[in-house]
Design a protein around this ligand. Structure first.
Ligand code: IVH
Length: 740
């Protein structure tokens, strides 16, 4: 085999290489290596492992286990628990493969390593169901050699000669979510997810809504078995997946990453009415616990299950030799993109059930079956254009506009190019012929450029210096991969998100005007800018469709909203400042700045001076305010639209002065901790008063604490203060301090 070039510059010890691979798989935003490169690196690591003498290996391989175990466990959680994988299935499988290889090598040296997680622990919101027989996983094979070895193992185990035929049923491996369903005397009584293989979640109600799922076994079956537990896979078709994501987008919800995640999210719904809307489908491919029915072979079982009324995969094929199996693999690989559902490989199963029983299983997987995985689907097409999208947080994302092409059954016309670094690294240009990959991700990736097909006259692509939507400056911070629009609240692409922030709890916090309502007003064209909130009532009086006539609204609720808005026309300076959504100016920062300047006018003037290069030192003198905040404020106030918005708001609102920190306040610059119950004021009030007097209120006592205010029933914080010799104030002493 030719030597694979290392992914990262200098040749490094194995551990460093493994650690880098781990880091790169977890680092989604700033990834500097594509999956293809990481996969190559893993192959190369495996190669190095196979060339290292066993003794040496036993010494070094152990150190590779912890970083790999942690990384795989994290990806496992993203995939299984969150339904939001960070990496493609094939890279995930490869990482696990590397771990298993290391585990095998170490095992030979008598060292055992922790088993990788499988499935996910049952969610407490669903009732647990203990499987009568464990729901196992499958071993994976990636190439012909792996499959040949599988057949060899089977023959050897059964004591067969190499010329003895073993019938194998080859089934498409459906990329969905496995389930178990129990029928008692023909009636469906319980459905469960796989969970961790031992205990799953009760999804009986949801399974009933899966398309064509039988609630009763077909009465035409020769005899209804007393008990029958079937196992199979729930999936979502490409067609339904696209419709679902379109709906998600319309409703302002996040799209699902791929049909498998969509199926998982839809099946594990507490409200089965949601599952019913999602058009899930299924295939059965195995039985668990059963009584009153018998099967001779896997293919006979599939046939009987079909007769009983279950959907079974029509593509299953019985093969009698390795050559036939591999030909079918090839065949199905070619058909794959025309299927309306995702398959990620084939499953080969020894057909005779008596042989299956003899072969049995290891703790994790049966010995009678193996999955033969497909590589990630790729296709070549022309990159016709690069457009720039602006996300809700202002990130500019370059997107490749492709000549439409079918990859994995889905027509792809767009692919993400992530950021400027990715474009530079791959040297992607408009007009290029590119290879794209869809590896279970909804957003396809551009893998590489075919330089031989590059037309003459192409040029490098650079992200624009200004936001394509609002034309504000686009800035790339040092050390960040993303380029952002600095338009903030005045950029339509960011507006809705900013409006939501404007009314959020720590900002204007208007009762009855939460995310849902602000989105509805935005979509109806009633609110385009934060200032519009405060003219809503006035405009409503002359509107042809006043709010009280809207669905879900009435006279009273509309009046309440207007009153709540009116109540907030007087607002503290720090809340106002925070509501503007200036980058790096969070609630704490806003408080510090507000207290420093004291009034809206003083602050506003100072900010305008900042734009002219003056006053940065004054801002920086505030404890807790650094250059990042100063730069961000400068950028914000450079934007004329922001100035006009603030002026508009200033005319509509009364912005209250903030208590400026008095140099002679006994609390100025002090760090205090409140503990126990206070009788004269609530904890919240005490905190607000302390902060108003310039104190920082911390939650834990440390040597840095200046004093602790101890109300009644003060516990461990008081003890800690005494231990550390921190000054303790009684409630009376505290009241004296704040009133002094
Ligand atoms: S048999 C006893 N057959 O693949 C063996 N599994 O990677 C149990 N899968 O957990 C599995 N299609 O969710 C089997 N035709 C098929 C399958 C299939 C998809 C899934 C199943 C399993 C996973 C293992």
């Amino acid at each position: 085999m030719p030597h694979q070039p290392a992914l990262f510059e200098a040749p490094s010890p194995l551990l460093q290489r493994v650690e880098r691979v781990c880091r790169h798989t977890l680092n989604s935003e700033k990834a500097t290596a594509t999956e293809a490169t990481i996969q190559k690196e893993i192959t190369s690591i495996l190669e190095s492992l196979s060339q290292t003498p066993p003794k040496e290996l036993a010494q070094s391989a152990g150190s590779l286990i912890p970083p790999l175990f942690d990384t795989i466990s994290q990806h496992h959680q993203y995939y299984e628990r969150d339904n939001a994988p960070l990496i493609s299935d094939s890279l995930y499988d490869q990482l696990r493969g590397l771990y298993e290889s290391l585990a095998d090598l170490l095992m030979k040296e008598g060292i055992t390593v922790p088993a990788l997680p499988v499935g996910f622990t049952a969610d407490s919101t669903f009732a647990p169901v203990t499987h009568k027989k464990p729901m196992l996983s499958l071993d994976n094979g990636f190439n012909e050699d792996d499959i040949a070895k599988f057949l060899e193992r089977v023959r050897k185990f059964l004591g067969l000669a190499s010329h003895d035929h073993v019938d194998i049923l080859c089934e498409p491996k459906i990329d969905g979510l496995s389930f178990s369903a129990t029928f008692l005397n023909g009636k469906f009584v319980q459905g469960a997810t796989r969970g961790d293989g031992e205990v799953g979640e009760d999804i009986t109600a949801n399974l009933k809504h899966v398309v064509s799922f039988p609630h009763h076994l077909n009465t035409k079956t020769p005899s209804i078995p007393h008990r029958l537990e079937v196992r199979g896979e729930v999936y979502m078709s490409h067609h339904d997946f696209l419709l679902l994501n379109q709906r998600q987008e319309r409703e302002g919800k996040d799209p699902f990453a791929n049909p498998r995640n969509a199926a998982a999210g839809s099946l594990r719904q507490l409200d089965s009415a949601v599952t019913a809307k999602r058009q899930l489908r299924y295939f059965v491919y195995a039985v668990g616990d059963y009584e009153g029915i018998s099967f001779t072979t896997q293919s006979d079982m599939i046939l009987q299950l079909q007769q009983a009324g279950f959907c079974v995969n029509p593509l299953n094929r019985l093969c009698t030799s390795l050559e036939e199996m591999l030909a079918f693999y090839q065949d199905l690989g070619e058909q794959r993109s025309a299927l309306d559902y995702d398959i990620d490989g084939l499953v080969y199963k020894v057909n005779r059930l008596d042989l299956q029983a003899r072969l049995g299983h290891s703790t994790r997987a049966p010995r009678f079956a193996i999955a033969h995985k497909f590589p990630a689907e790729q296709a070549q097409t022309i990159l016709e254009d690069i457009i720039v999208q602006v996300g809700r947080t202002g990130v500019l994302t370059p997107v490749a506009v492709l000549k439409p092409i079918t990859v994995g059954g889905v027509v792809v016309s767009r692919a993400t190019l992530h950021n400027q670094d990715e474009i530079n690294r791959k040297d992607v240009r408009i007009g290029d012929t590119v290879t794209i990959q869809r590896a279970g991700d909804v957003i396809p990736q551009v893998v590489r450029v075919d330089l031989h097909k590059r037309p003459v006259g192409t040029t490098h692509f650079h992200l624009p210096k200004h936001c394509p939507i609002c034309h504000a400056e686009a800035i790339r911070e040092e050390g960040e991969a993303a380029t952002r629009c600095s338009g903030g609240i005045s950029c339509p692409a960011q507006l809705l998100e900013q409006l939501r922030h404007f009314v959020s709890r720590d900002a204007f916090d208007i009762e009855g005007l939460g995310e849902k309502q602000i989105t509805a007003f935005f979509e109806a064209g009633l609110i385009h800018s934060p200032a519009d909130i405060f003219t809503l009532q006035q405009r409503d009086t002359t509107s042809e469709t006043p709010l009280r006539t809207w669905e879900g609204w009435g006279e009273k609720s509309a009046d309440n909203l207007f009153k709540a808005i009116q109540d907030r026309t007087t607002i503290k300076l720090h809340r106002f400042m925070y509501a503007l959504g200036i980058r790096f100016v969070g609630e704490k920062g806003a408080k510090l700045i507000a207290r420093h300047y004291g009034s809206f006018n003083r602050w506003f003037e100072a900010m305008q001076e900042l734009v002219h290069g003056q006053g940065a030192d004054d801002l920086l003198s505030i404890d807790g305010i650094g250059p990042k905040v100063v730069d961000s404020l400068t950028l914000f106030f450079k934007n004329k639209k922001h100035i006009s918005l603030i002026a508009q708001l200033g005319a509509l609102l009364t912005i209250e002065d903030e208590n400026q920190i008095q140099g002679n306040s006994p609390l100025a610059g002090k760090t205090i901790v409140l503990t126990g119950t206070l009788t004269t004021m609530t904890r919240q009030e005490a905190k607000a008063r302390a902060e108003a007097l310039g104190a920082k209120v911390a939650s834990a006592v440390s040597a840095k604490t200046d004093f602790v205010v101890a109300g009644s029933e003060a516990g461990s914080k008081l003890t800690k203060a005494q231990e550390l010799g921190v000054k303790v104030l009684t409630e009376d002493e505290w009241v004296d301090v704040v009133n002094s």
